[in-house]
Design a protein around this ligand. Structure first.
Ligand code: UT7
Length: 324
C-alpha cells in the first residue's frame, strides 16, 4: 500500500524584499547576492502575519485541490522552525482555523528537511490505516533573521506549501523516502539563544543570539555532498536511473548548490525546478512551494517521476521519489 499526494497548495506573503532593498540595509550588492546565491528577491511577512497565517492559506488550497474537507483529516503535521509560539504547536493553531476537528496535530522540527521528514511520518501513518493527512511546510524566517548580518540576511524568505496525503488507488504515490541526521554538525547552522539552553535574557538579545547563525562555506560543501548521496540513495532504492527522473525538486538554498548537485548526478539542469530567485531559502516551505508551482505549471503529468532532496540544520538531509 502506498500513500499519494491528492492536492497541493502554496502561499507567499505579498511584501517583496529585493536585493536593492538589502543594499540599503547592509554592506552588500545585488551583483554579489545574484552571483553567489541566485536569489533576486524574497517575500517577508508584515507584522500582522505569523507562520500559521501562511500555513492556513497553503492548506486551504491543498484541501480544495484534493477535494477533501478539513473535517476528514486524521492528522496535521506542520514542518517549521519558526512557529507562532514556543507552545502550543502551530499545527494546533492551523487545526483550529481549518476546523479540522477530528485531526491530531503536531509540529515537526527538522529545519530545511522538515517537509520531507513530515512527509515520511504522514506516509507511515497512511500505511497503517489512516485516510487523510495534511502536511504543511511553513516558515517566517524573517523572524529569526539578523537584519544586520549580511552573511545570512540575504538568503532567507517567508512562505508556506502544503499537501494532502491519502491512500493511493493505483501505481501513483510516494515510492520511498530516506531520512538522515548527524548531530555532530549541529553548530554549522543554529539559533543559539531562546531555547532552554540559553533562555531569552537581555544578554541574549544584546548579543543577538536569538538570530540564525550559519557557517555558510562549510555548510555549502556538506550540502552538495549529502544531497547528492541522498538523491542517489533514492534512485537506487527504486532501481531508477537519473534519466528516468522527470523533475528534480531540491531544497532551494543556493543556485550554485543546485547546479553542483545536478551536475554530479548527471541530471540536465532543465529538469531541476528552481524558484529561489523569487523566494530565497524558505527552509521547510521550499520543497512544497516548489512542488505546488511545478504542479500548477503542468510540469508533471500522470506517471511522472519526481525526485526530491533536502538539506538543513541538524544537520539533516533527506530524499525521496514520488510517482505522480
Ligand atoms: O538551507 C540551509 C542550508 N544552507 C545552505 O545551504 C547555505 C550554504 N551556503 C551558501 O549558500 C554560501 O556559503 C553563502 C551564500 C552563504 C556564502 O557564499 P560563499 O561563496 O560561501 O561566501 P563566503 O562565506 O566564503 O564569503 C566570501 C566573502 C567574504 O568576504 P571576505 O572574507 O572574503 O572578505 C564574506 O564576508 O563574501 C563576503 N560576504 C558578502 N559580501 C557581500 C558574505 N556575505 C556577503 C554579502 N554581500 N551578503
Amino acid at each position: 500500500m502506498r500513500s499519494q499526494i491528492l492536492g497541493t497548495g502554496s502561499y507567499a506573503p505579498s511584501r517583496i524584499l529585493t536585493n536593492a532593498d538589502l543594499e540599503r540595509m547592509v554592506a552588500t550588492s545585488d551583483a554579489w547576492i545574484t552571483e553567489r546565491t541566485g536569489i533576486r528577491e524574497r517575500r517577508v511577512v508584515t507584522p500582522e502575519e505569523a507562520c500559521s497565517d501562511l500555513g492556513v492559506q497553503a492548506a486551504r488550497q491543498a484541501l480544495a485541490e484534493a477535494k477533501i474537507q478539513a473535517s476528514e483529516l486524521d492528522l496535521i503535521l506542520v514542518a517549521t522552525c519558526t512557529g507562532d509560539f514556543p507552545l502550543p504547536s502551530t499545527a494546533c493553531v492551523i487545526q483550529h482555523r481549518l476546523g479540522a476537528t477530528q485531526a491530531a496535530a503536531c509540529d515537526i522540527s527538522a529545519a530545511c528537511c522538515g517537509f520531507v521528514y513530515a512527509l515520511a511520518v504522514a506516509d507511515a501513518y497512511i500505511k497503517t490505516g489512516s485516510r487523510y493527512v495534511l502536511v504543511v511546510g511553513a516558515e517566517v524566517m524573517s523572524a529569526i533573521t539578523d537584519w544586520e548580518d549580511r552573511n545570512t540576511c540575504v538568503l532567507f524568505g517567508d512562505g508556506a506549501g502544503a499537501v494532502v496525503l491519502g491512500p493511493s488507488d493505483g501505481e501513483a504515490g510516494i515510492l520511498s523516502l530516506h531520512l538522515h541526521a548527524d548531530g555532530r554538525l549541529a553548530d554549522l547552522i543554529c539559533v543559539p539563544g531562546g531555547g532552554s539552553s540559553m533562555p531569552i535574557s537581555e544578554k541574549i538579545l544584546a548579543e543577538r543570539l536569538h538570530y540564525i547563525k550559519m557557517r555558510g562555506n562549510e555548510t555549502f560543501k556538506v550540502a552538495v555532498k549529502t544531497m547528492e548521496e541522498a538523491a542517489r540513495e533514492a534512485l537506487a532504492a527504486n532501481g531508477l536511473t537519473v534519466e528516468e527522473i522527470d523533475v528534480f525538486i531540491p531544497h532551494q538554498a543556493n543556485i550554485r548548490i543546485l547546479k553542483a548537485v545536478s551536475q554530479r548526478l548527471g541530471l540536465s539542469f532543465d529538469r531541476v525546478a528552481v524558484n529561489l530567485d523569487r523566494f530565497g531559502n524558505t527552509s521547510a516551505a521550499s520543497i512544497p512551494m516548489m512542488l505546488d508551482e511545478v504542479v500548477r505549471e503542468n510540469r508533471v503529468k500522470a506517471d511522472s517521476l519526481i525526485l526530491v532532496a533536502a538539506f538543513g540544520a541538524g544537520l539533516t538531509w533527506a530524499s525521496g521519489v514520488i510517482r505522480w
